[in-house]
Each structure stands twice: as C-alpha cells, then as structure tokens.
Design a protein around this ligand. Sequence first.
Ligand SMILES: [Zn+2]
Ligand SMILES: [Zn+2]
Length: 90
Amino acid sequence: MQGYTAEERAALVAACTAAAAHRRDHHHAAAVTCHPHAVEVVHLGHRAVMVCHDCESDSGFLPERAAEAVAHDHRIQTSSEAGSRLGPAA
Ligand SMILES: [Zn+2]
Ligand SMILES: [Zn+2]
C-alpha cells in the first residue's frame, strides 16, 4: 500500500477515531441533557480528542493533557446550574 504519507495516515486514523466516538452520541428528549454532559476522551498515541456525546462537539486532537483539561472544563460547565433543569438543585 502506498499513496499516503505517515501524516496523512495519522490524520485518517484520527478522523475515524473521532467519527467512531461520535457514533456513540446519544440524544435526549426536548432540552434535557446529562449533568454533567457525557464527555469522553479518546486517546490516540500522544494525542487525544475530547468528545461530548450530549452537545455532539469535539475538541479536535490535542496533546493528551490539553484534551483532558477541555473535558474537565466541559464537565464543570455542564454539571449543574448551567443546564435547563427546573427548580433549585437539592
Ligand atoms: Zn446525555
Ligand atoms: Zn457537551
């Protein structure tokens, strides 16, 4: 097999990895989402991508620690009052 450079192959693998993670996205009725959002960090070599299965967003591939930080921030941002839940949190 030839025609792809190592970089191109890596990019293809990265795209497939992110797409595979997004296939596990889930959907909710109305505006309800998980608290916090169902965030997944998918590692690929020394890089990782943060995929959120609730807002179907991803961070793109980043250094592992950066992706972990994005995931952490996203969980914090979506963990409580940021959502659309009615009434005070107990
Ligand atoms: Zn959810
Ligand atoms: Zn999210």
